[in-house]
Design a protein around this ligand. Structure first.
Ligand code: ZN
Length: 374
């Protein structure tokens, strides 16, 4: 499983957290079902947004990246997201990118525009076959998400940059094609193919990566390997705030680290973000957080109670729910019902229970399958 990572110029916001939580549930599910899994994630630790932010703030880009990566890792640990097996930065993997570009050159899929190298999308006859966007829409989205459709000298507006030649004041690495730095899409393609054989089982990320990022990776991967790049693409929904889109430009991003500093229990954040289905766009609100805090407290009370509830039935219900396209809302409703029964039993002295020993099993299962430590 290859999941596209962050560009470390800003802390982890709730949208990032929701995405990595969804893949954490997939990772946990696959491991619990006895499959072996290699989970790879990248960090785009050299790219335009990072360099722009460092410039704006008069900060060294490498120390900005390092500080944000460290904050991201702390956020992931606090949310109990299992780390990927390999977590690779673009700056660590430049030899792999150079290899991939050389191979694309051998296949006549690369051309130069004023010292920059572009991937020629026409070399993949199946380019963008996974998207229902029209070409006009593709071009508009490409421009919004880091692309340069109007650059003169390109063969096709959607051809993407794979090596950006040296610029004054920008970091650069030596290469057979002249000094420069890697483009974004080829970075993920190269890292994924270094660890995983095409077609990889899952390529994942937020739904904003569907186009162009994953379509570009798929096209580059197909030209490199003559195979499909991925068997499945998994995209997570966006998190809005009080019904509005959460975005940098609106300045309404909610950061996990800020909420942690406000002593909000990360388990309540985890429950709140997983209480909606991972593929749907959903909204964050103070009310959702409050409801999740109450829910967490309810589950903790139930677990501390010595009475009632069928542990084996609960575990079965959770597995059934997760097997249905990771239906975490349904799994949580099953835990609610189980908790209700136990709390009701506590109040009803007529009921006695013989399942005290199974409670450890429930606690361990909630931890293993859902990452929820009570
Ligand atoms: Zn990626």
């Amino acid at each position: 499983m290859y999941v596209c990572g962050i560009t470390p110029y800003d802390a982890t916001h709730l949208g990032h957290a929701a995405t990595y939580l969804a893949f954490d549930i997939i990772n946990r599910y696959l491991r619990l079902s006895g499959r072996s899994i290699a989970y790879i994630q990248n960090i785009t630790d050299v790219d335009d947004p990072l360099l722009e932010r460092a410039n704006r703030d008069g900060q060294d880009w490498e120390s900005l990246a390092q500080s944000q990566i460290s904050l991201f890792r702390d956020d992931m640990v606090s949310l109990r997201i299992l780390p990927p097996d390999h977590y690779m930065g673009a700056v660590e993997t430049i030899p792999w990118v150079l290899q991939a570009i050389s191979k694309l050159m051998d296949r006549n899929a690369v051309y130069e525009v004023e010292g920059d190298l572009y991937f020629d999308i026409s070399t993949d006859p199946q380019f963008a076959s996974y998207t229902t966007l029209t070409q006009e829409e593709q071009i508009a989205i490409f421009a919004e998400r880091g692309g340069d459709p109007n650059r003169s000298g390109k063969r096709h507006p959607l051809d993407c940059l794979i090596w950006r030649g040296k610029r004054e004041g920008e970091p650069e690495w030596p290469s057979p094609f002249g000094p420069g730095r890697p483009g974004w899409h080829i970075e993920c393609t190269a890292i994924a193919l270094e660890y995983l054989a095409a077609p990889i089982s899952i390529q994942g990320g937020g739904s904003d990566l569907h186009f162009p990022h994953h379509s570009m990776c798929a096209a580059e991967g197909r030209v490199l390997t003559d195979k499909d790049f991925a068997k499945r693409f998994v995209h997570t929904g966006m998190i809005g705030l009080d019904g509005e889109k959460m975005s940098k430009s609106k300045g309404n991003l909610k950061f996990v680290s800020v909420m942690r500093n406000d002593s909000i229990d990360p388990m309540a954040l985890r429950i709140a973000l997983l209480s909606g289905h991972y593929r749907t766009d959903r909204s964050w609100s103070g009310e959702l957080l409050e409801r999740s805090q109450v829910r967490l407290a309810h589950w903790r009370t139930a677990l501390a109670s010595p009475y009632g509830g069928d542990s084996a039935a609960l575990i079965r219900e959770i597995i059934t729910a997760l097997s249905d396209d990771l239906n975490t809302p349904q799994a949580f409703r099953a835990i609610d019902r189980w908790a209700d029964t136990r709390i009701a039993a506590l109040k009803d002295s007529a009921i006695t229970s013989d399942n005290v020993g199974e409670i450890g099993q429930v606690a361990r299962f909630l931890d293993a399958a859902l990452g929820i430590a009570l």
